[in-house]
Design a protein around this ligand. Structure first.
Ligand code: DC
Length: 214
């Protein structure tokens, strides 16, 4: 197979499906840079909150997206219920998505990349060499997220975690601008009954069938 120069691996799927863990591991194996694109929306949402703005107000959110700096992605306050909700709000504003498009394309342009998000294979890199849509049943995703939170010492009950994820998925899938959906040519990976290693092996086999990593 002819090596693909600067290959893009696009990984999309709903909240808490394990995309990040999978994407990070694939990137390390393939020697590609990795971008968690959810952090962009989180950083925009948190900047709006910090300025006492309303994350659902388009002009405010667009201005925050246009002035986003790479160092904003390193903030330590991008996870948590406030950031989750603010990110989901700014992500439904078309102007915010347009403002963040170039950042994502530039990231992969030189050396290729693994990116995870909601619209990587559909909007950001429709010509990606390999596209995966990673999912798992709602109750299984809630169970995994709850275990993660518990390990961090955050007390949350599983029913609340499940309801938060359900609401976020519904918002991501229902928005008019780049809704969460699988690209027609994505490899569907339902990890409901898989452990992380099995999911990783299945993903790697698929990606290697699409790109020659030498
Ligand atoms: O993956 P995450 O939970 O960090 O994403 C945060 C929010 O941003 C979530 O509501 C989905 C949205 N998002 C998006 O709309 N497009 C992306 N490419 C990544 C995330």
């Amino acid at each position: 197979m002819k090596p693909i120069v600067a290959p893009i691996v696009a990984i999309d799927g709903p909240a808490a499906a394990g995309k990040g863990t999978l994407a990070r591991r694939l990137a390390a194996t393939l020697g590609l840079p990795y971008l968690d694109t959810g952090l962009l929306y989180r950083a925009v949402g948190v900047r709006v909150l910090e300025a006492n703005g309303d994350p659902s107000e388009p002009a405010t959110a667009e201005a925050a997206a246009l002035s986003l700096q790479p160092r904003d992605l390193d903030r330590s306050d991008l996870r948590g219920p406030g950031a989750d909700a603010a990110a989901a709000s700014v992500a439904s504003i078309p102007g915010v998505r347009i403002a963040l498009l170039a950042f994502q394309r530039d990231f992969g342009a030189r050396d290729g990349a693994v990116l995870d998000g909601r619209d990587i294979g559909t909007v950001i890199f429709p010509d990606a060499a390999a596209k995966l849509f990673v999912t798992a049943g709602l109750s299984e995703r809630a169970r995994r997220r709850w275990l993660e939170l518990r390990a961090k010492g955050t007390g949350a009950d599983i029913a609340t975690v499940e309801e938060d994820i359900r609401q976020r998925d519904a918002k991501d899938a229902a928005r008019a601008a780049a809704p969460l959906k699988a690209a027609a040519d994505a490899f569907l990976l339902d990890t409901s009954a898989m452990d992380a290693d099995t999911a990783y092996q299945a993903a790697l086999t698929f990606v290697r069938s699409r790109i020659d990593t030498g």
